[in-house]
Design a protein around this ligand. Sequence first.
Ligand SMILES: Cc1cc2nc3c(=O)[nH]c(=O)nc-3n(C[C@H](O)[C@H](O)[C@H](O)COP(=O)(O)OP(=O)(O)OC[C@H]3O[C@@H](n4cnc5c(N)ncnc54)[C@H](O)[C@@H]3O)c2cc1C
Length: 463
Amino acid sequence: MEKQDLIDHLKEIVGSEYVLTSEMDLMLYSYDASLEKAMPEVVVLPSSTEEVSKIMSLAYKEKIAILGRGSGTNLTGGSIPIKGGIVVHFSRMNHILDIDIGNRTVTVEPGIITLDLQTEVLKKGFVYQPDPASQKVSTLGGNISENSGGPHCLKYGVTSNHILGLEIVLNDGTVVWNGGKARDNPGYDLLGIIVGSEGTLGLVTKIMLKLERAPEAVKTMLAVYDSIQDGANTVSAIIAEGIVPATLEMIDNPVMRAVEETIKVGYPLDAAAVLLIELDGMPEGMDEKVQEVMEICKRNNVRDVRLAKDEAERALLWAGRKGAFGAVGQVRPSYMCCDGTVPRTKLPEVLGKVIEIGKKYNLPIGNVFHAGDGNLHPLIMFDERDKEELSRVLKASTDILKACADAGGTISGEHGVGLEKLKETSFIFCENDLEFERGIKKAFDPDDIINPGKMIPEPVCVQ
Ligand SMILES: Cc1cc2nc3c(=O)[nH]c(=O)nc-3n(C[C@H](O)[C@H](O)[C@H](O)COP(=O)(O)OP(=O)(O)OC[C@H]3O[C@@H](n4cnc5c(N)ncnc54)[C@H](O)[C@@H]3O)c2cc1C
Protein backbone atom coordinates (compact mmCIF):
# COMPACT_ATOMS: atom_id res chain seq x y z
CA MET A 1 0.00 0.00 0.00
CA GLU A 2 1.27 3.49 -0.87
CA LYS A 3 2.02 5.67 2.16
CA GLN A 4 -0.64 8.22 1.20
CA ASP A 5 -3.29 5.46 0.94
CA LEU A 6 -2.30 4.23 4.40
CA ILE A 7 -2.67 7.75 5.81
CA ASP A 8 -6.05 8.21 4.11
CA HIS A 9 -7.33 4.90 5.53
CA LEU A 10 -6.18 5.84 9.03
CA LYS A 11 -7.86 9.25 8.73
CA GLU A 12 -11.11 7.50 7.84
CA ILE A 13 -10.81 5.42 11.02
CA VAL A 14 -9.89 8.10 13.60
CA GLY A 15 -10.47 11.45 11.88
CA SER A 16 -7.85 13.65 10.16
CA GLU A 17 -6.68 15.54 13.23
CA TYR A 18 -5.65 12.33 14.98
CA VAL A 19 -3.22 11.15 12.30
CA LEU A 20 0.25 12.72 12.56
CA THR A 21 2.59 12.75 9.57
CA SER A 22 4.78 15.86 9.71
CA GLU A 23 8.53 15.41 10.07
CA MET A 24 8.44 17.24 13.42
CA ASP A 25 5.59 15.11 14.79
CA LEU A 26 7.22 11.85 13.70
CA MET A 27 10.52 12.89 15.24
CA LEU A 28 8.77 13.23 18.62
CA TYR A 29 7.88 9.53 18.40
CA SER A 30 11.34 8.44 17.26
CA TYR A 31 12.87 8.19 20.73
CA ASP A 32 12.10 7.07 24.27
CA ALA A 33 14.20 7.19 27.46
CA SER A 34 16.79 4.77 26.01
CA LEU A 35 19.63 5.55 23.59
CA GLU A 36 17.79 4.11 20.55
CA LYS A 37 16.11 6.14 17.79
CA ALA A 38 14.03 5.38 14.64
CA MET A 39 11.26 7.22 12.78
CA PRO A 40 7.75 5.83 12.32
CA GLU A 41 5.87 6.31 9.03
CA VAL A 42 2.75 7.57 10.73
CA VAL A 43 1.34 8.14 14.24
CA VAL A 44 -2.32 7.55 15.02
CA LEU A 45 -4.28 8.50 18.15
CA PRO A 46 -7.39 6.31 18.52
CA SER A 47 -10.19 6.98 21.00
CA SER A 48 -11.77 3.50 21.32
CA THR A 49 -11.14 -0.24 21.15
CA GLU A 50 -13.15 -0.31 17.91
CA GLU A 51 -10.75 2.15 16.29
CA VAL A 52 -7.70 0.24 17.56
CA SER A 53 -9.19 -2.94 16.10
CA LYS A 54 -9.66 -1.31 12.68
CA ILE A 55 -6.10 0.08 12.73
CA MET A 56 -4.71 -3.35 13.65
CA SER A 57 -6.70 -5.10 10.97
CA LEU A 58 -5.37 -2.62 8.37
CA ALA A 59 -1.78 -3.27 9.51
CA TYR A 60 -2.47 -7.03 9.34
CA LYS A 61 -3.82 -6.94 5.78
CA GLU A 62 -0.97 -4.75 4.57
CA LYS A 63 1.76 -6.43 6.68
CA ILE A 64 2.82 -3.10 8.21
CA ALA A 65 4.73 -2.91 11.51
CA ILE A 66 2.64 -1.51 14.35
CA LEU A 67 3.39 -0.68 17.98
CA GLY A 68 1.60 0.80 20.97
CA ARG A 69 2.96 3.81 22.81
CA GLY A 70 2.18 5.21 26.23
CA SER A 71 4.43 8.05 27.38
CA GLY A 72 7.68 6.79 25.85
CA THR A 73 9.52 6.53 29.18
CA ASN A 74 10.78 3.06 28.30
CA LEU A 75 14.44 2.63 29.22
CA THR A 76 15.39 -0.18 26.80
CA GLY A 77 14.14 1.01 23.40
CA GLY A 78 10.83 -0.90 23.58
CA SER A 79 8.81 1.97 22.17
CA ILE A 80 11.13 2.65 19.21
CA PRO A 81 9.60 1.90 15.77
CA ILE A 82 12.71 0.24 14.34
CA LYS A 83 10.80 -1.04 11.31
CA GLY A 84 8.95 2.25 10.75
CA GLY A 85 5.24 1.58 10.33
CA ILE A 86 2.39 2.76 12.54
CA VAL A 87 2.73 4.05 16.11
CA VAL A 88 -0.55 3.84 18.04
CA HIS A 89 -0.40 6.49 20.76
CA PHE A 90 -2.91 5.83 23.54
CA SER A 91 -3.05 9.34 25.02
CA ARG A 92 -6.77 9.81 24.16
CA MET A 93 -7.72 6.47 25.74
CA ASN A 94 -6.96 7.70 29.25
CA HIS A 95 -10.21 7.25 31.18
CA ILE A 96 -11.21 5.45 34.34
CA LEU A 97 -14.16 3.31 33.24
CA ASP A 98 -15.29 1.78 36.52
CA ILE A 99 -14.33 1.88 40.20
CA ASP A 100 -15.94 -1.06 41.99
CA ILE A 101 -15.19 -0.74 45.70
CA GLY A 102 -17.29 -3.80 46.60
CA ASN A 103 -15.08 -6.02 44.46
CA ARG A 104 -12.01 -3.84 44.97
CA THR A 105 -11.34 -3.36 41.28
CA VAL A 106 -10.77 -0.45 38.96
CA THR A 107 -11.04 -0.69 35.17
CA VAL A 108 -9.13 1.79 33.03
CA GLU A 109 -8.06 2.56 29.49
CA PRO A 110 -4.35 2.00 28.80
CA GLY A 111 -3.37 5.64 28.26
CA ILE A 112 -4.19 6.72 31.81
CA ILE A 113 -1.18 8.12 33.69
CA THR A 114 -0.26 5.87 36.63
CA LEU A 115 -0.29 8.68 39.22
CA ASP A 116 -3.63 10.06 37.94
CA LEU A 117 -5.22 6.66 38.57
CA GLN A 118 -3.59 6.44 42.01
CA THR A 119 -4.75 9.94 42.95
CA GLU A 120 -8.35 9.17 41.98
CA VAL A 121 -8.63 5.88 43.90
CA LEU A 122 -6.92 7.38 46.95
CA LYS A 123 -9.81 9.84 47.20
CA LYS A 124 -11.93 6.76 48.04
CA GLY A 125 -9.35 5.45 50.53
CA PHE A 126 -7.84 2.84 48.19
CA VAL A 127 -4.49 2.33 46.52
CA TYR A 128 -3.20 0.79 43.32
CA GLN A 129 0.18 -0.32 44.65
CA PRO A 130 2.79 -0.53 41.84
CA ASP A 131 4.57 2.82 41.85
CA PRO A 132 7.32 3.12 39.23
CA ALA A 133 9.46 6.19 39.91
CA SER A 134 8.16 7.45 36.54
CA GLN A 135 4.53 7.30 37.77
CA LYS A 136 3.94 11.02 37.12
CA VAL A 137 4.25 10.36 33.37
CA SER A 138 4.14 6.60 32.67
CA THR A 139 0.88 4.97 31.54
CA LEU A 140 -0.83 1.80 32.66
CA GLY A 141 -0.42 0.38 29.12
CA GLY A 142 3.35 0.84 29.42
CA ASN A 143 3.37 -0.53 32.99
CA ILE A 144 1.55 -3.70 31.83
CA SER A 145 3.86 -4.23 28.87
CA GLU A 146 7.02 -3.86 30.95
CA ASN A 147 5.60 -5.47 34.10
CA SER A 148 6.80 -2.39 35.95
CA GLY A 149 8.04 -2.40 39.49
CA GLY A 150 8.62 0.43 41.95
CA PRO A 151 9.59 1.09 45.56
CA HIS A 152 6.39 -0.43 47.01
CA CYS A 153 6.77 -3.64 45.01
CA LEU A 154 9.00 -5.14 47.73
CA LYS A 155 5.96 -5.68 49.94
CA TYR A 156 3.13 -5.61 47.41
CA GLY A 157 4.54 -7.21 44.26
CA VAL A 158 5.03 -5.88 40.73
CA THR A 159 2.37 -4.98 38.13
CA SER A 160 1.58 -8.62 37.24
CA ASN A 161 0.43 -9.20 40.84
CA HIS A 162 -2.28 -6.54 40.45
CA ILE A 163 -3.86 -7.33 37.08
CA LEU A 164 -7.24 -9.05 37.07
CA GLY A 165 -8.35 -8.65 33.46
CA LEU A 166 -7.24 -7.36 30.07
CA GLU A 167 -8.88 -6.51 26.78
CA ILE A 168 -6.46 -7.21 23.95
CA VAL A 169 -6.62 -6.44 20.25
CA LEU A 170 -4.94 -9.34 18.47
CA ASN A 171 -2.82 -9.20 15.31
CA ASP A 172 -5.78 -9.36 12.86
CA GLY A 173 -7.94 -6.90 14.81
CA THR A 174 -9.92 -9.48 16.80
CA VAL A 175 -10.80 -8.20 20.28
CA VAL A 176 -10.52 -10.63 23.22
CA TRP A 177 -11.09 -10.24 26.95
CA ASN A 178 -9.30 -12.34 29.56
CA GLY A 179 -9.84 -12.45 33.32
CA GLY A 180 -12.39 -10.49 35.34
CA LYS A 181 -13.79 -9.83 38.80
CA ALA A 182 -14.25 -13.52 39.61
CA ARG A 183 -10.98 -15.12 40.71
CA ASP A 184 -9.30 -18.30 39.43
CA ASN A 185 -10.34 -18.39 35.79
CA PRO A 186 -9.80 -21.71 34.01
CA GLY A 187 -7.68 -22.06 30.87
CA TYR A 188 -4.25 -20.75 29.92
CA ASP A 189 -2.89 -17.88 32.00
CA LEU A 190 -3.10 -15.34 29.19
CA LEU A 191 -2.71 -12.43 31.59
CA GLY A 192 0.63 -13.92 32.59
CA ILE A 193 1.73 -14.07 28.94
CA ILE A 194 0.62 -10.54 28.04
CA VAL A 195 1.93 -8.75 31.14
CA GLY A 196 5.65 -8.20 30.59
CA SER A 197 5.54 -9.16 26.90
CA GLU A 198 6.88 -5.70 25.98
CA GLY A 199 4.01 -4.90 23.62
CA THR A 200 4.97 -7.70 21.22
CA LEU A 201 1.80 -9.85 21.31
CA GLY A 202 -1.13 -7.44 20.89
CA LEU A 203 -2.44 -4.01 21.85
CA VAL A 204 -4.00 -3.69 25.29
CA THR A 205 -7.16 -1.56 25.27
CA LYS A 206 -8.71 -2.11 28.73
CA ILE A 207 -7.19 -3.09 32.06
CA MET A 208 -8.87 -4.33 35.25
CA LEU A 209 -6.72 -3.78 38.34
CA LYS A 210 -6.80 -4.80 41.97
CA LEU A 211 -7.38 -2.15 44.66
CA GLU A 212 -6.20 -2.35 48.24
CA ARG A 213 -7.12 -0.35 51.32
CA ALA A 214 -4.74 2.55 51.91
CA PRO A 215 -2.56 1.81 54.96
CA GLU A 216 -3.61 3.61 58.14
CA ALA A 217 -0.07 4.30 59.31
CA VAL A 218 3.15 5.02 57.42
CA LYS A 219 6.59 5.63 58.92
CA THR A 220 9.56 6.68 56.79
CA MET A 221 13.19 6.50 57.94
CA LEU A 222 16.45 7.72 56.46
CA ALA A 223 19.46 5.56 57.41
CA VAL A 224 22.91 7.00 56.64
CA TYR A 225 25.97 4.80 55.94
CA ASP A 226 29.70 5.38 55.55
CA SER A 227 29.97 2.19 53.53
CA ILE A 228 27.63 1.07 50.75
CA GLN A 229 28.22 -2.56 51.82
CA ASP A 230 26.89 -1.84 55.33
CA GLY A 231 23.74 -0.39 53.76
CA ALA A 232 23.35 -3.47 51.55
CA ASN A 233 23.89 -5.80 54.54
CA THR A 234 21.15 -3.94 56.44
CA VAL A 235 18.70 -4.72 53.62
CA SER A 236 19.21 -8.50 53.98
CA ALA A 237 19.24 -8.25 57.78
CA ILE A 238 15.85 -6.51 57.94
CA ILE A 239 14.19 -9.12 55.72
CA ALA A 240 15.95 -11.95 57.56
CA GLU A 241 14.33 -10.69 60.80
CA GLY A 242 10.93 -11.30 59.21
CA ILE A 243 10.13 -7.61 58.66
CA VAL A 244 8.93 -6.70 55.16
CA PRO A 245 8.99 -2.92 54.84
CA ALA A 246 6.84 -1.27 52.18
CA THR A 247 10.05 0.07 50.62
CA LEU A 248 13.81 -0.35 51.00
CA GLU A 249 15.48 2.00 48.54
CA MET A 250 19.19 2.81 48.34
CA ILE A 251 20.77 6.01 47.02
CA ASP A 252 24.56 6.27 46.80
CA ASN A 253 26.83 9.28 47.11
CA PRO A 254 27.12 10.33 43.43
CA VAL A 255 23.32 10.29 43.05
CA MET A 256 22.76 12.15 46.36
CA ARG A 257 25.11 14.85 45.11
CA ALA A 258 23.18 15.17 41.85
CA VAL A 259 19.85 15.30 43.73
CA GLU A 260 21.09 18.02 46.08
CA GLU A 261 22.03 20.16 43.05
CA THR A 262 18.38 20.18 42.00
CA ILE A 263 15.92 19.28 44.77
CA LYS A 264 17.69 20.13 48.07
CA VAL A 265 16.47 17.26 50.19
CA GLY A 266 19.22 17.55 52.79
CA TYR A 267 20.87 14.21 52.04
CA PRO A 268 24.25 13.90 53.86
CA LEU A 269 26.81 14.54 51.12
CA ASP A 270 29.74 13.07 53.06
CA ALA A 271 28.00 9.67 53.40
CA ALA A 272 28.56 6.69 51.08
CA ALA A 273 24.87 5.83 50.81
CA VAL A 274 21.45 6.22 52.40
CA LEU A 275 18.56 3.80 52.75
CA LEU A 276 15.00 5.05 52.53
CA ILE A 277 13.02 2.63 54.66
CA GLU A 278 9.24 2.85 54.85
CA LEU A 279 6.95 0.76 57.03
CA ASP A 280 3.20 0.75 56.54
CA GLY A 281 0.18 -1.01 58.04
CA MET A 282 -1.94 -0.72 61.18
CA PRO A 283 -0.96 1.96 63.72
CA GLU A 284 -0.85 -0.64 66.52
CA GLY A 285 2.68 -1.93 66.98
CA MET A 286 4.13 0.47 64.41
CA ASP A 287 6.40 2.35 66.85
CA GLU A 288 7.87 -0.93 68.10
CA LYS A 289 8.56 -2.01 64.52
CA VAL A 290 10.34 1.29 63.83
CA GLN A 291 12.55 0.67 66.90
CA GLU A 292 13.31 -2.86 65.70
CA VAL A 293 14.38 -1.58 62.25
CA MET A 294 16.55 1.12 63.84
CA GLU A 295 18.25 -1.52 66.00
CA ILE A 296 19.02 -3.62 62.91
CA CYS A 297 20.49 -0.53 61.22
CA LYS A 298 22.70 0.06 64.27
CA ARG A 299 23.92 -3.55 64.26
CA ASN A 300 25.00 -2.93 60.66
CA ASN A 301 27.11 0.15 61.41
CA VAL A 302 24.61 2.85 60.49
CA ARG A 303 26.04 6.32 61.12
CA ASP A 304 22.65 7.89 61.77
CA VAL A 305 19.04 6.83 61.39
CA ARG A 306 16.10 9.19 61.75
CA LEU A 307 12.36 9.16 61.31
CA ALA A 308 10.67 11.71 59.04
CA LYS A 309 8.88 13.96 61.52
CA ASP A 310 5.88 14.80 59.35
CA GLU A 311 4.30 14.30 55.93
CA ALA A 312 6.21 17.25 54.46
CA GLU A 313 9.59 15.70 55.39
CA ARG A 314 8.48 12.31 54.10
CA ALA A 315 7.38 13.87 50.78
CA LEU A 316 10.75 15.63 50.46
CA LEU A 317 12.72 12.40 51.05
CA TRP A 318 10.63 10.73 48.34
CA ALA A 319 10.94 13.67 45.96
CA GLY A 320 14.71 13.13 46.09
CA ARG A 321 14.37 9.43 45.32
CA LYS A 322 11.81 9.87 42.55
CA GLY A 323 13.68 12.79 40.97
CA ALA A 324 17.05 11.03 41.07
CA PHE A 325 17.18 9.90 37.41
CA GLY A 326 16.43 13.39 36.17
CA ALA A 327 18.92 14.91 38.61
CA VAL A 328 21.91 12.98 37.22
CA GLY A 329 21.52 15.13 34.11
CA GLN A 330 23.36 17.72 36.26
CA VAL A 331 26.48 15.56 36.17
CA ARG A 332 26.66 14.57 32.48
CA PRO A 333 24.22 15.20 29.60
CA SER A 334 23.23 11.52 29.13
CA TYR A 335 22.78 8.47 31.30
CA MET A 336 22.24 4.79 30.71
CA CYS A 337 20.26 2.99 33.39
CA CYS A 338 21.30 -0.65 33.73
CA ASP A 339 18.61 -2.79 35.32
CA GLY A 340 19.77 -6.08 36.75
CA THR A 341 18.49 -8.12 39.67
CA VAL A 342 20.47 -10.27 42.07
CA PRO A 343 19.54 -12.38 45.09
CA ARG A 344 19.37 -9.83 47.93
CA THR A 345 22.32 -11.34 49.82
CA LYS A 346 24.56 -10.80 46.76
CA LEU A 347 24.00 -7.02 46.77
CA PRO A 348 27.24 -6.10 48.60
CA GLU A 349 29.36 -8.25 46.25
CA VAL A 350 27.72 -7.03 43.03
CA LEU A 351 27.74 -3.37 44.10
CA GLY A 352 31.49 -3.79 44.64
CA LYS A 353 31.80 -5.13 41.08
CA VAL A 354 29.81 -2.19 39.70
CA ILE A 355 32.33 0.19 41.31
CA GLU A 356 35.21 -1.80 39.76
CA ILE A 357 33.53 -1.68 36.33
CA GLY A 358 33.18 2.11 36.61
CA LYS A 359 36.92 2.36 37.32
CA LYS A 360 37.83 -0.09 34.50
CA TYR A 361 35.99 2.00 31.88
CA ASN A 362 36.70 5.35 33.52
CA LEU A 363 33.01 6.23 33.80
CA PRO A 364 31.05 7.83 36.67
CA ILE A 365 28.37 5.41 37.89
CA GLY A 366 25.70 6.29 40.46
CA ASN A 367 23.32 3.88 42.12
CA VAL A 368 19.70 4.48 43.11
CA PHE A 369 17.64 1.35 43.34
CA HIS A 370 15.05 -0.98 44.81
CA ALA A 371 17.50 -2.60 47.24
CA GLY A 372 14.87 -4.73 48.97
CA ASP A 373 14.15 -6.51 45.68
CA GLY A 374 17.86 -6.88 44.87
CA ASN A 375 17.04 -4.75 41.82
CA LEU A 376 20.09 -2.64 40.89
CA HIS A 377 19.95 0.47 38.71
CA PRO A 378 23.54 1.57 38.06
CA LEU A 379 23.30 4.88 36.20
CA ILE A 380 26.26 5.33 33.88
CA MET A 381 26.73 9.04 33.24
CA PHE A 382 28.30 10.20 29.98
CA ASP A 383 27.95 12.35 26.87
CA GLU A 384 26.10 10.61 24.05
CA ARG A 385 27.82 12.82 21.44
CA ASP A 386 31.23 11.33 22.35
CA LYS A 387 31.23 8.08 20.36
CA GLU A 388 34.33 6.67 22.05
CA GLU A 389 32.78 7.27 25.48
CA LEU A 390 29.51 5.73 24.28
CA SER A 391 31.31 2.54 23.25
CA ARG A 392 32.81 2.29 26.77
CA VAL A 393 29.32 2.80 28.25
CA LEU A 394 27.90 -0.09 26.25
CA LYS A 395 30.76 -2.38 27.33
CA ALA A 396 30.34 -1.34 30.97
CA SER A 397 26.59 -2.01 30.80
CA THR A 398 27.18 -5.50 29.39
CA ASP A 399 29.76 -6.22 32.13
CA ILE A 400 27.29 -5.08 34.84
CA LEU A 401 24.53 -7.34 33.51
CA LYS A 402 27.01 -10.23 33.28
CA ALA A 403 27.99 -9.64 36.92
CA CYS A 404 24.28 -9.80 37.88
CA ALA A 405 23.71 -13.01 35.89
CA ASP A 406 26.89 -14.61 37.31
CA ALA A 407 25.65 -13.85 40.84
CA GLY A 408 22.53 -15.92 40.18
CA GLY A 409 20.49 -12.91 39.09
CA THR A 410 19.00 -11.72 35.84
CA ILE A 411 19.34 -8.98 33.21
CA SER A 412 16.13 -7.08 33.88
CA GLY A 413 14.25 -6.35 37.07
CA GLU A 414 11.57 -4.16 35.50
CA HIS A 415 12.72 -2.25 32.41
CA GLY A 416 12.53 -5.18 30.00
CA VAL A 417 14.92 -6.33 27.28
CA GLY A 418 13.67 -4.10 24.46
CA LEU A 419 16.38 -3.46 21.91
CA GLU A 420 19.23 -2.67 24.27
CA LYS A 421 19.64 -6.05 25.96
CA LEU A 422 18.98 -8.48 23.11
CA LYS A 423 22.62 -9.66 23.14
CA GLU A 424 22.65 -10.06 26.91
CA THR A 425 19.71 -12.53 26.84
CA SER A 426 22.40 -15.15 26.21
CA PHE A 427 23.56 -14.65 29.84
CA ILE A 428 20.33 -16.19 31.11
CA PHE A 429 18.73 -18.15 28.23
CA CYS A 430 20.02 -20.90 25.96
CA GLU A 431 18.89 -21.20 22.31
CA ASN A 432 16.16 -23.72 23.28
CA ASP A 433 14.69 -21.23 25.77
CA LEU A 434 14.70 -18.47 23.17
CA GLU A 435 13.22 -20.74 20.48
CA PHE A 436 10.36 -21.57 22.86
CA GLU A 437 9.68 -17.82 23.27
CA ARG A 438 9.84 -17.33 19.48
CA GLY A 439 7.13 -20.00 19.19
CA ILE A 440 4.85 -18.00 21.51
CA LYS A 441 5.45 -14.83 19.48
CA LYS A 442 4.66 -16.75 16.25
CA ALA A 443 1.40 -18.10 17.70
CA PHE A 444 0.18 -14.57 18.40
CA ASP A 445 1.79 -12.79 15.46
CA PRO A 446 3.01 -15.09 12.64
CA ASP A 447 3.80 -12.13 10.34
CA ASP A 448 5.89 -10.40 13.01
CA ILE A 449 4.17 -7.03 12.67
CA ILE A 450 3.54 -6.20 16.36
CA ASN A 451 6.49 -4.29 17.85
CA PRO A 452 8.96 -6.36 15.81
CA GLY A 453 12.60 -6.84 16.76
CA LYS A 454 12.11 -6.47 20.53
CA MET A 455 12.71 -8.72 23.53
CA ILE A 456 13.79 -11.90 21.68
CA PRO A 457 16.98 -11.89 19.58
CA GLU A 458 17.12 -13.35 16.06
CA PRO A 459 18.07 -17.05 16.05
CA VAL A 460 21.78 -17.80 16.02
CA CYS A 461 22.71 -18.95 12.50
CA VAL A 462 24.75 -22.17 12.69
CA GLN A 463 26.93 -22.65 9.52
C1 LIG B 1 12.97 8.63 35.23
C2 LIG B 1 12.45 7.24 35.01
C3 LIG B 1 12.19 6.44 36.10
C4 LIG B 1 11.70 5.14 35.91
N1 LIG B 1 11.42 4.38 37.00
C5 LIG B 1 10.91 3.14 36.85
C6 LIG B 1 10.60 2.32 37.97
O1 LIG B 1 10.78 2.71 39.14
N2 LIG B 1 10.10 1.09 37.73
C7 LIG B 1 9.88 0.63 36.47
O2 LIG B 1 9.42 -0.51 36.31
N3 LIG B 1 10.18 1.38 35.38
C8 LIG B 1 10.67 2.61 35.52
N4 LIG B 1 10.96 3.37 34.42
C9 LIG B 1 10.74 2.83 33.07
C10 LIG B 1 9.37 3.19 32.43
O3 LIG B 1 8.83 4.36 33.02
C11 LIG B 1 8.37 2.04 32.58
O4 LIG B 1 8.79 0.95 31.78
C12 LIG B 1 6.93 2.42 32.17
O5 LIG B 1 6.07 1.34 32.46
C13 LIG B 1 6.76 2.76 30.70
O6 LIG B 1 5.50 3.37 30.55
P1 LIG B 1 5.18 4.29 29.28
O7 LIG B 1 3.76 4.70 29.36
O8 LIG B 1 6.16 5.38 29.17
O9 LIG B 1 5.35 3.23 28.11
P2 LIG B 1 6.14 3.37 26.73
O10 LIG B 1 7.57 3.67 27.01
O11 LIG B 1 5.43 4.28 25.81
O12 LIG B 1 6.01 1.88 26.21
C14 LIG B 1 6.62 0.81 26.86
C15 LIG B 1 6.28 -0.48 26.12
O13 LIG B 1 4.89 -0.72 26.24
C16 LIG B 1 4.29 -0.90 24.98
N5 LIG B 1 2.93 -0.37 25.09
C17 LIG B 1 2.53 0.82 25.60
N6 LIG B 1 1.19 0.88 25.63
C18 LIG B 1 0.73 -0.29 25.14
C19 LIG B 1 -0.56 -0.84 24.92
N7 LIG B 1 -1.67 -0.17 25.25
N8 LIG B 1 -0.66 -2.08 24.39
C20 LIG B 1 0.44 -2.79 24.09
N9 LIG B 1 1.69 -2.32 24.26
C21 LIG B 1 1.83 -1.09 24.79
C22 LIG B 1 5.20 -0.15 24.01
O14 LIG B 1 5.08 -0.67 22.71
C23 LIG B 1 6.56 -0.42 24.62
O15 LIG B 1 7.02 -1.68 24.20
C24 LIG B 1 11.47 4.66 34.59
C25 LIG B 1 11.74 5.48 33.49
C26 LIG B 1 12.23 6.76 33.69
C27 LIG B 1 12.50 7.60 32.48
